[in-house]
Design a binder for this molecule. Sequence first.
Ligand code: ADP
Ligand code: MG
Length: 705
Amino acid sequence: MGRLKRAGWVKKLGKLGVETNWDLLYHFPRDYAPVRRIADLADGERAAVACEAGEREETLVRQGRGFRLIRYALRVSDDSGEAWVASFARVPRRGQRSKAIAGSPLALNYPEGKRLLIEGTVRRTGGLIEMQFSGAERLGEEEELAPGTLLPIYPLTDGVYQGQVRPVVRRLLRELPEELPDPLPGRLRKRHKLAGLREALGSIHWPRSEEAREAARRRLAFEEFLTVQVAVAQRKREMQEPGSGISMRPRGDVVAELEEVLPFRLTRAQQRVIAEVAGDMAADTPMHRLIQGDVGSGKTVVAAGALMIARGNGYQAAVMAPTELLAEQHYLVLSRMLAPLGVEVVLLTGSLRAGERGRVYERIADGRAQVVLGTHALIQEGVEFDRLGLVIVDEQHRFGVRQRADLWTKGARPDMLVMTATPIPRTLAMTVYGDLEISILDEMPPGRRPVKTSWLPLERQKEAYEFVRREVGEGRQAYVVCPLIEESEKLQAEAATALSEELQEQVFPELRVGLLHGGMGVSDKDGVMEMFRRGETDVLCATTVVEVGVDVPNATVMLVLNVERFGLAQLHQLRGRVGRGAHESHCILVSDRRYEPSGKLAPGAEESLGQARRRITVLLEESDGFAIADQDLLLRGPGEFYGTRQHGLPDFRLAQVARDVGILEEAREAAFEMVGQDPMLEREENAGLGARVSALRARMAKAVG
Ligand code: ADP
Ligand code: MG
């Protein structure tokens, strides 16, 4: 099938990525309107009728300066009855534009007796049936549209009409060969009860019934998922060539060893995940495991377990964090934990002086440094390790597939552990991170109390400050998070600085206010954090740099200003900074009253306003990170979520990632089985799918760089 014929509107479709006939066939409707007999039209519904044009009326509704508002009405009829179709148009008094509008579908300028397909919203008053026009197309003499048929409504751009696209799609569908090659092998279709491609395409565009549409959607969603899952399965297979990794067996009881130096017992979840990690490390294929655990679930201890195993086998380990601040935090925690066990831990940051840096490099190169902490620059700058056996990456979602791939090409194939505090919905875990094994830390250490979350309108912000004052009076500490400015780090730093001055001078003159933002030098940041940790500051005015990893159990208030600017995952992370100690903790969200979570949304209000309100509501109602992640996915759509776009994964067209877990799981299983039997999809029956997978992988590789 070739490119689309060139017509003005076809070019415009290019914006939607539609360039070839195939693209158009895979440009699926976003909605449907049922075709009805006129007599069966129901008040208030959006529907379509196949009818014959009758007389046409034109009424001047209003004269304005330079324009006229005209109401057009077209009488239409079918066997069952008649109706008026109405539309309004603002027509300039003179000139070309006036002609153009008179020629537009709005003018309902159809000759009597012509067969038409009209769509619109129905109004029935008494015996009168009126349709508020939203689209029309001419029907050929022989074209029948049985009542009950669903009329496709396509996602389109400005200047393209449904009535232009529909006939072209219908023609393409009619012209599809009887024996259309199907990328899904026949056996697979049979096993999973999937429709053939030709039938599915026919029914997704022009379903005869709801059931037919759902069957078509299922088949096409399966196809989308299967393509991605085959790519994932192939990648995984390539990474896990037997014998290509290092086998490291635990020496002794890792859990017992850790508990000897820790002031607490490990949770059951921590023990289970350490065992899963140990199993991977013992195998001679490289480990690729993702640990998901909500903020505060104790991932660091699991990391320590893995580090112990590597050390016990005479291998070095690298722990990489997304920011220097976090790397330092980890360094502090891990060196405290591991030094008593005789492990040498070093920190490599950008702020080391040249001489010191040289010495650290040396210790890494000769193997004395057993655990090395740093940002991902650690790997990119080509630090030489003596025997690198394990790499731990913290906070994966900021890290990206790119860096993961970088690491992987470093030659040796170290075991790899990825830790993320942002729970990933199961569906995404199977796609974006589908080549990783997954462990879930689904248990919080004992004694955690849920954080009380509340919302305050801006005019009551003072009360939040008073609350902070009271808590500090009780000996606690607080974070005040400055409104988010994503556009510029410099502006963000300025805003944070200004806020901290205001807090210190006007709001809390009697308290000690600290300031932390991303533009500060590493040692400054470190100094500020250390003071806060030691309780030498009461209130920490900060940007989202406190979002990850900061751990000060005495802090009990998280106050977020202009909460509407933050993302849901971000807010969940921020809230996770409190509730870490023995005292009850609070998260206070402040925003303009327009964002009041329970307030009624005026009709026609901006989408972003509604979204921000929903985010706040979710936060007030949910504390479970997985539930929040699911909501986030629903609110934002998969494309936005964790930048799946950056990863080169397609935005699924039909598959609704949040809803179609069942289909996804089936497709995933089928994909892994298929790749197990025919890794490169070279068998004849798999070749069609193989070609699609290759195209997808090429796209992904390009996006990842
Ligand atoms: P995260 O999963 O967010 O990285 P951390 O590893 O930073 O969590 O742990 C959060 C806090 O919980 C730390 O103060 C840590 O010492 C503590 N902690 C971890 N595991 C346990 C446990 N089993 N019992 C009690 N406290 C624990
Ligand atoms: Mg952590």
